[in-house]
Design a protein around this ligand. Sequence first.
Ligand code: PLP
Ligand code: LYS
Length: 416
Amino acid sequence: MSMFTRENGALLAEAVPVAEIAQHYGTPTFVYSRAALEQALDEYHSALEGCAHLVCYAVKANSNLAVLDVLARRGAGFDIVSGGELERVLAAGGDPAKIVFSGVGKTPDEMRRALDLGIRCFNVESAAELEVLNTVAGECGKTAPVSIRVNPDVDAKTHPYISTGLKENKFGVDMGQAVDVYRQAKALAHIDIVGVDCHIGSQLTEISPFIDALHRLLSLIDSLANEGIVIRHLDLGGGLGVTYRDEQPPSVAEYLSAIRAEVGDRNLELMFEPGRSIAANAGILVCKVQYLKQTPGNDFALVDAAMNDFIRPALYQAWVDIQPVHQRNDGIDATWDVVGPVCETADFLGKDRGMNLAEGDLLAVAGAGAYGFVMSSNYNTRTRAAEVMVDGDRHFAVRERETLADLLRGEHRLPD
Ligand SMILES: Cc1ncc(COP(=O)(O)O)c(C=O)c1O
Ligand SMILES: N[C@@H](CCCC[NH3+])C(=O)O
């Protein structure tokens, strides 16, 4: 159930009028619903009831401290891909023992910090990384818990930029080399093999690629067992898609029950790394129409948010819903291209959107809770948006709007 609803034509975030948030914090502003985040995580937990499991929210999707805090309090673990994300999880009160560390380029410093904190597992993505991790763990007097991220070579049937489990992608260890890398791991003094991992892509709308990947992982687990290598957990990564427009991804319950049916009664803890399916529809981006510009054949609604705030439409041609915060019928009825002030033709949030608009109207861009603020930039020297968390009838500033002073901090002119 969406936590963004309408009452008498006005958009609400939980019980708070979105217009009130815009008035209070200005625009553009990302607005998140605590209840929506909790509900999405709960769906994972209830579908996994009765089997050993750990749901590690993919921090990259939305790493605001308040978002991490809400999820940590609700029992989430975390999937991180950098030392920065590690520190965020700690700052938000997350438990290091529930952290898995993914990513193809972990540095020795990042490894050291994670070892010191006692994270749950390193998802190792190459033989070279395994050697470095072994050395670092030895230096720290620790043993590193390791899962090899394998690349199962399955087609996730999603946008090519967010497909990660094909042979040609940089991610994970090639399936054909996986047994060898596990043998290497077994022989290393400071490595403890605990699991196997994969992540085949993002915004998947079918179950079959997950099942294909799972089959390959299960048969790898069997081959390893024959060599006396015992795998205790299976991490299937994230990737479950959401509805932005008319996509019909499986529900969390359908997805997880299909996975559980395939795993059967094997003695494996199941781990997942969902990002988008937790956060995407828990957030909107609120912006304001600055100018309406009608030219022969084109109607532009120029808003105060841009591709630097929300890059998904420009980068992946992603479609996200855009609605007036207050519906009117006394403005200009047209089919608008909703565009920002950035000097790029790709700077649009949506094209051909039929709406009745007037200058000054507020618009809500849906599906902005995941891969929204986290992918924002300062392009065109634009300060980044504020972030607000709604909880029932209360709202909290969870990130202040950036100032120009923030932007210039650390920059220097040349000496005379
Ligand atoms: C290793 C890893 N795990 C989890 C995720 C989260 O994916 P999603 O947001 O599609 O659930 C990603 C991003 O695609 C990832 O790279
Ligand atoms: N940034 C992507 C998802 C990337 C997933 C990272 N592995 C998106 O907005 O769809």
